[in-house]
Design a protein around this ligand. Structure first.
Ligand SMILES: [Zn+2]
Length: 155
């Protein structure tokens, strides 16, 4: 991963890699669909098939408490739609939905299908040190097929 700005700069949104506008396709993300106030991407890293990230688009914000109630309701609706689409497309055994922001403090959700028999089944996926995290990449055709499968469930 490229060197990130300091934590204090990231908190203020200086050099924030998740601020809008951002590329539809990057080293880390593959566009599925823009929703009301956020954008759904496949993670390029696909150890758990269908793993996605949902990034808040409206402004740089770090925590949920910075949203008004109306903003949170709209974002929560995006999150609910995204989680349901990933679940319906992938039919995993369980779903993890997590907002951490420990690397990049810009409000986003990790939507992670979990599968019986996978490494770390019934445990969090985040206890591994960053440099030891898996990095399972797909071909462009495989990303396109997966994004379209999840997008089809967003109706
Ligand atoms: Zn940001």
């Amino acid at each position: 991963m490229a060197e990130l700005p300091s934590w204090d700069d990231l908190l203020e949104g200086r050099g924030c890699p998740l601020c809008h506008p951002r590329a539809d396709f990057s080293e880390f993300t593959y566009l599925v669909r823009k929703l009301a106030v956020s954008t759904l991407y496949l993670n390029r890293e696909q150890t758990r098939p269908g793993a996605c990230i949902l990034i808040y688009d409206v402004r740089h914000i770090v925590r949920l408490d910075e949203l008004t109630s109306a903003e949170w309701l709209t974002f929560a609706n995006d999150l609910g739609r995204a989680e349901e689409a990933v679940y319906r497309a992938m039919k995993p055994d369980h779903m993890n939905v997590e907002s951490l922001g420990n690397q990049v403090p810009h409000l986003h959700w990790h939507i992670v299908p979990r599968y019986r028999g996978e490494e770390r089944w019934r445990a969090p996926i985040w206890t591994t040190r960053l440099e030891e995290m898996p990095n399972q990449r797909l071909t462009d055709g495989e990303y396109a097929a997966l994004a379209s499968r999840i997008d089809a469930e967003l109706e």
